[in-house]
Each structure stands twice: as C-alpha cells, then as structure tokens.
Design a protein around this ligand. Structure first.
Ligand code: SF4
Ligand code: SF4
Length: 428
C-alpha cells in the first residue's frame, strides 16, 4: 500500500505497508477501489449531465463515498465492501441515465454498416465518448465540404439515426485508443478529442489536435466551450484528405435491438441451435496478453453469439465470425457505458427463460484498462453476477485478501494463460 493523504504520512513522504493511523492494505485497497469506481462513474455522469440527466441520489452518494475515504473515518472492511458495491449500484443508475439520454436525443438505435476510410475533402476526426460534442461538431460543419469521421469509442454514434443521418458524418477511421499516435498522424486532418483515452501527441499532429473541457494534452488546443470553429478552420487549412476506401463495419446492436430479436433467439436456445452467449469486451490496450481476448472470441463455437462493447471490440472485429439466425455472430453493443445494455439483455433473457442471470448459458470476459471498467465491474458485482473473468492482469489496487473476498463471494477470477484451455473448460 501507499498513502500520503494526511500530515502523518510516514517520514513525511507516505505510509507503506501500514498506516500511522492504523490503516492496513485491505482498507487502503477498498478505499482505492471505491475511488477508482467513483472516477469511472463520474465520467459517465458528466456525459449524462451534459445531456440533461442528473440524479440527486447519485450526487449524494459521491459525496458520502469520498467522505468515507478521508483520514480517520472508516477502517472497517465490511462497511467499505458495502460502499464499493453501492458504487456499482449507483453506476448502474448513471449508465441507465446515459442510455436514456442517448436514445431520447438521438433516436432508437438501428443496425447499420459504417463506411471506413476517408473522402477527398477536408476532414475532422472526432474521438472519445462524448456524443454531444459530435452533435455540436456536425451542426457546425453543416453546409460545408468538411466531413466528420468517428474514431475509437465514437463509432457507436453511427447507430443513432439523428447522428447517422447528418450529411457530413462520412464514416469511421481507426481503431482503439492505443493506436492513436500512428492513426492520428496518418489521418492528416484536424482531430477533436472529447474525453479519455487521449495520449500525449506526437509533434507530427500536435498542431491539428484539439481537446474539449477537462481533456487536455501538451501542445494541443483546449476548447472550453462548444465553439468548434477553430477545428473547422484547421481542417480547411489542411485541405483535402486522400481518398481511402476501407471495409464497412456493422454497428447498432443496442440492447433494444437484441431484445427485439429475443423470441427467435429464445426459440433457437430451446432447440439447441444457440448454445451460449459470450460477452467479451471492455477496454483495449497495448499489452501483448490482450491477444487472449481475440483468440478466445475466435474459439467460441458457431452456435454461440459473441457480444462486445467498448474499444476492446476493435481487436475482435478483425475476424469474420459469420452469422447465426441471420444476425452477425459478433454483436457490437456500443461504448463501454453500453455495458448497461448487456445487463438489460442478460436480465431480459433470464426473465424469459424463468431463471437467474447466473443460470444463463452466458460467459463474461472483461478486458479492463482504466477506471470506467472498474465502475462497470462493480456494477456487475452489485447485481450478483458470478464467475466473471477479468484480464489481462489483476487490478494492482486489489490486495490479495480483497481479491480473495471477491473470489469467494462472486467467483471473480483472472483470465487464464491459454485461451483454448479456458474455452474448453467453459464448453465442458
Ligand atoms: S491517512 Fe493514514 S495511511 Fe494515509 S498518510 Fe495518513 S496516516 Fe498514513
Ligand atoms: S473502453 Fe476504456 S480504454 Fe477503451 S476508450 Fe473507452 S474508456 Fe478508454
């Protein structure tokens, strides 16, 4: 453990191993888990608030939970576990608000194929998670020859009819966040980064990178308001992009779309034509161990659907999974906050089959990288979802004792070293 939050910090630098106040590594671990869950939830809540959705109970919980992490307030493991699970509950509400805000403002999601590449016109690449920024940008290029392309977690923006129908939304360019340095350089036009996960830019594209509000990186231009005229101007200065035509990618398997197909899916489950659902998704990252997730998805039997979300999907999208019941076997549900949708699908299927979520033929493999994934994991634990596998590595902030508590209570486990062995174990 390490803590330096009060004056008693050992040697004036920080308490390690144990706190002068009496805090031990398990208390510190749970306080950090709570803080990181709150950070992820705060990011989602920020998006929801910008779209007009707030909940006083969520705000009150944030204050209470932060209070509990102050010096000499809480040294009690059971209480802290209670707060950690409450964070998951509040995050479920926040993800629900965000889902409702997106659907209410941008229309009922639909399945669509998104063009990739660039057109021979000036272009702006928009990355991050904030769909309101995408809406404002599209409004500000309307009637011009400047085209807008989504990057990373903006891809699901295309599933909403009121965004997709905009004539300046030209398609998608690039994949997950960790590849942005080469992809932004290659793009050639102006870039607007709206949230995490943005990286400190290379010099090659620093002067054409813009960020919004709290998102800021050295050398780029930070825009505090919704006026994107500087981005549009820069795109015009940079001129036409090369004409590049990539493959089309299917998006739009929002929970409402999947649940509409539920009667046919349930009938196929009854006949044994659909044997399992895998939810493989979350964050992506640069570590070589993340190949596990794509290897694992490829090993899923042809009678199984693979649901995915977050930027972890890009690793899975390189493979052709074919179709099942006329649907793609790989179903992209959206952004990481659309984990709410995955929960709705699981709850809907469980209700129709008259069983609990843990009784469904459902395997959850969560690729985590940052604090939004922590918030999502806490939500799944709050709902009592068991046997989730996380990877590629255990969260460093979970002490061995805290991990053991979660293992015993929820069957939480790490992914194995070998995707084929793990898949064989699931199918057995
Ligand atoms: S809160 Fe406790 S563990 Fe943290 S610095 Fe103060 S005395 Fe040390
Ligand atoms: S899924 Fe996680 S890692 Fe990926 S872009 Fe979203 S917040 Fe970042």
């Amino acid at each position: 453990m390490f803590c330096n939050q009060c004056e008693q910090a050992a040697k004036g630098t920080g308490c390690a191993d144990f706190g002068i106040c009496g805090k031990d590594e398990d208390v510190q671990s749970l306080q950090e888990t709570l803080l990181y869950g709150l950070k992820g939830m705060a990011a989602y809540a920020h998006h929801a608030r910008r779209l007009g959705q707030v909940d006083e109970a969520v705000d009150a919980f944030v204050e209470e939970a932060l209070f509990a992490t102050m010096t000499n307030v809480n040294f009690d493991v059971p209480t802290l576990i209670e707060l950690v699970l409450e964070c998951g509950k509040q995050n479920l509400r926040v993800m629900q608000m965000l889902d409702q805000a997106h659907v209410g403002r941008y229309g009922q999601p639909e399945v669509t194929e998104v063009a990739t590449g660039t057109q021979a016109r000036p272009g702006i690449l928009i990355t991050g998670h904030d769909l309101l920024d995408l809406e404002h940008l599209l409004a500000q290029v309307e009637g011009t020859d400047v085209m807008v392309y989504t990057h990373g977690e903006m891809l699901p923006g295309h599933m909403y009819p009121r965004l997709r129908s905009h004539p300046n939304l030209a398609g998608h360019f690039g994949g997950a966040w960790q590849l942005q340095k080469s992809q932004f350089e290659d793009f050639g036009g102006a870039i607007l980064a709206t949230t995490n996960c943005v990286l400190i830019p290379r010099e090659a594209y620093r002067d054409r990178l813009f960020t919004t509000r709290v998102t800021a990186v050295p050398g780029a231009t930070r825009l505090k308001a919704d006026d994107f005229s500087a981005v549009v101007r820069r795109a015009r200065e940079l001129g036409a992009l090369p004409e590049r035509v990539g493959p089309k990618v299917p998006v739009g398997f929002h929970h409402s779309v999947i649940l509409n197909a539920a009667p046919a899916i349930l009938e196929a489950v009854g006949k044994g034509d659909v044997t399992r659902f895998f939810l493989i998704g979350g964050c992506d990252g640069a570590e070589p161990g993340r190949n596990y997730f794509s290897d694992y998805a490829k090993l899923a039997p042809e009678s199984a659907f693979v649901l995915t979300l977050g930027c972890g999907k890009f690793r899975l999208m390189d493979h052709d999974y074919g179709t099942l019941l006329g649907l793609p076997r790989l179903l992209d549900m959206g952004q990481c906050n659309d984990a709410y949708g995955a929960i709705q699908v699981a709850a809907g299927l469980a209700q129709a089959l008259n069983c609990g979520v843990n009784d469904l033929p459902l395997t959850i493999v969560l690729s985590w990288f940052e604090q939004k994934a922590v918030a999502v994991l806490l939500t799944l634990l709050h709902l009592g979802v068991r046997n989730i596998a996380v990877g590629p590595a255990a969260p460093a902030f979970l002490s061995p004792n805290v991990f053991k508590v979660l293992q015993d209570a929820y069957g939480l486990k790490l992914i194995g070293a070998n995707a084929a062995e793990d898949m064989a174990a699931v199918l057995a």
